[in-house]
Design a protein around this ligand. Structure first.
Ligand SMILES: [Zn+2]
Ligand SMILES: [Zn+2]
Length: 258
């Protein structure tokens, strides 16, 4: 099945919104050179230099290409990203929007969501994350996703040779579909032995109803219990299941499309 999963797709993630920053500090990651555009003025930032920003700005690499950079809310949080950074300003408060390649986001999500789990479970997580990113857009005004549990918790991009990076690469382009559309797949940490339908969870019933399936993993419930159970997926993988088997177990009636 052909889906609208262009390999070059980018997504826009709003970061640090919880901090309502009035000032952001940006510096190049090691070896990077940043082009910082503020009010039509362009400056080059490299080496150990950084720039403090209190207004609208655009941070890219040369030729406006994606670049590795570190952005921080001074004294509160800092994080490295690979992409382009747009800063918007409204009434003195800044909104930081990172535009990144969707595959970079998938690898970052796998790194954040499934540390230390078996490789097939990581691949299942990669497909679920890609499906979520491709199947849901415009959850916020001006960007697609935020970096909190409301949308998707993000970590710094892992190296391509890390397990998370390889899980993304080896499932590249694969997404879950239901009735011909990419499913904005949900996942949570531990279903406690049984996942739920949307209706059982009291959520608005969408196109895909979700299904209550048995899970090989018991334990303390953590999360909404919809879709992929991360602990259960890890247990299935330990018992020899492939990522395809894991996905078809937690997402009945879906197909894996490319
Ligand atoms: Zn959000
Ligand atoms: Zn479970």
């Amino acid at each position: 099945m052909m889906l609208a999963l262009a390999l070059a797709a980018t997504i826009r993630i709003g970061v640090f919104g919880l901090f309502h920053p009035v000032e952001l500090e940006v510096q190049p990651a090691r070896g990077s050179v940043l082009m910082v555009e503020i009010a039509g003025e362009r400056q080059v930032i490299e080496g150990a230099h950084s720039v403090r920003i209190r207004s609208a700005a655009l941070v890219t690499g040369r030729g406006r290409r994606p670049v590795r950079f570190v952005v921080s809310v001074p004294g509160q949080i800092h994080r490295e990203f690979l992409g382009r950074l747009e800063i918007r300003e409204q009434s003195g408060t800044l909104t930081a929007i990172v535009e990144m390649d969707r595959e970079t986001a998938v690898a970052s999500i796998v790194a954040a969501e499934s540390p230390g789990t078996p490789f097939e479970a990581r691949k299942a997580q990669a497909v679920a994350a890609r499906s979520f990113l491709a199947g849901s857009r415009g959850r916020h005004d001006g960007f697609d996703f935020c970096d909190t549990t409301h949308c998707q918790f993000l970590r710094e991009p892992p190296s391509p040779t890390s397990a998370a990076g390889r899980a993304a690469a080896e499932t590249r382009g694969l997404a879950l579909t239901y009735q011909g559309h990419v499913l904005a797949a949900l996942y949570s940490a531990n279903c406690g032995g049984h996942t739920r339908t949307l209706q059982e969870a009291g959520w608005k019933v969408g196109e895909y109803p979700y299904f209550a399936v048995e899970c090989p993993m018991r334990g303390v419930v953590s999360g909404h219990r919809l879709g992929l159970c991360q602990e259960g997926a890890a247990e299935m993988a330990r018992r020899g299941a492939t990522f395809r088997e894991i996905l078809s177990h937690y997402f009945p009636a879906t197909t894996l499309g490319e």
